[in-house]
Design a protein around this ligand. Structure first.
Ligand code: PHE
Length: 344
């Protein structure tokens, strides 16, 4: 029996050495140490042995069993370590590889310009307001001193929806809306960016839809010089400290007096070139002192309050600032054009 047990041990250890996977090892474990295994068998047959032999064989059987179990456990650890090693090798990533760039979008040039202008006026204490693009005839025209049949309505060919409703032709209705909405008739200081619509034939400088930024300041003792100071600051911030502005008399029904503002041409520095059509100046906005009738219709007493207003076109400003030569670039949205103006 002794020999039998020793042979079993040799045989089992040999099998453990040969086993190369968890499965094979498990089979060895079941075969030699399981309930139906040969060692159990030996122990079961011990009843036939003599008193003296029994403890000797019992001890030997336990030793053999222990040796096999230990060999299996050891081999198990070796196999597991090898498997882990293999898995790690397969899953290795080189963290030093440079990543693939993720393409990101960016703000549209027009959005950037509008935000820049907003920031500038917010810095001067103006509030940013909004108004509807589908507007009533009353706010688009009448409240701005443009009664029905007024010839100046022709200055802005309109898209009418019904006789009383149209796509706003400018952002000036927001002046009237803002003043009308203020119940306690306190001072107003606001700008309003937004889309406007006109029945124009699209070309390099005309568009059926474009953007405006309206400005309105109403308070006691507001003078033309206040308007000039604000516009001068705006022009220098937007186009550079070396820019000059010039106000030329003009006409708008809702301002009196009315002006158009020119800025000295950046390309030729005022000497005259093709960009400024040899004049040295480029027109960038319309403005004026709010007409007393407009104040009155919105509920402000024109003997107590005065104000100024202006309206500018961000497309035009962007075109001048960045040398964009066609207003259609702003809405045809060619990604090659837009990308040039994405901030890094
Ligand atoms: N609304 C005028 C336009 O569209 C611009 C303007 C605004 C002029 C405010 C004077 C005051 O041409």
């Amino acid at each position: 029996m002794k020999e039998q047990l020793q042979a079993l041990q040799t045989e089992a250890l040999e099998k453990v050495t040969q086993a190369s996977s968890r499965k094979e090892l498990q089979d060895v474990r079941v075969a030699y140490l399981g309930k139906k295994g040969p060692i159990t068998e030996v122990l079961r047959g011990m009843g036939k042995l003599s008193k003296e032999e029994r403890p000797v064989i019992g001890e030997l059987a336990n030793t053999v069993r222990g040796a096999i179990a230990e060999a299996i456990n050891h081999k198990q650890a070796v196999i597991e370590a090898a498997e882990l090693e293999k898995q790690l090798a397969a899953e290795t990533i080189d963290v030093t590889l440079p990543g693939r760039p993720v393409p990101t979008g960016g703000a549209h040039l027009l959005t950037t310009i509008v935000e820049e202008i907003e920031d500038l006026f917010i810095g001067m204490g103006f509030e940013v307001k909004e108004g509807p693009e589908v507007e009533t005839d009353y706010f688009n025209f009448e409240a701005l001193n443009l009664p029905k049949e007024h010839p100046a309505r022709d200055m802005q060919d309109s898209f009418y929806i019904t006789e009383e409703i149209l796509m706003r032709t400018h952002t000036s209705p927001v002046q009237a809306r803002t003043m009308t909405a203020i119940k306690d008739k306190r001072p107003v200081k606001m700008i309003c960016p937004g889309k406007v619509y006109r029945r124009d034939t699209d070309d390099a400088t005309h568009s059926h839809q474009f953007t405006q930024i309206e400005g309105l300041l109403v308070d006691k003792n507001v003078r033309m010089s206040d308007l000039k100071g604000v516009l001068d600051h705006f022009a220098k911030q937007m186009f550079g400290e070396d820019r000059e502005i010039r106000l030329r008399p003009s006409f708008f029904p809702f301002t009196e007096p009315s002006v158009e503002m020119d800025i000295s041409c950046k390309v030729c520095n005022g000497k005259g070139c093709s960009v400024c059509k040899k004049t040295g100046w480029i027109e960038i906005l319309g403005a004026g002192m709010v007409h007393p009738r407009v104040l009155e219709m919105a509920g402000y007493d024109p003997t107590e309050y005065s104000g100024f207003a202006f309206g500018m076109g961000p497309e035009r400003i962007a075109m001048l600032k960045y040398g964009v030569d066609d207003i259609r670039h702003f809405y045809t949205n060619d990604i090659r054009f837009l990308k040039q103006y994405h901030k890094q």
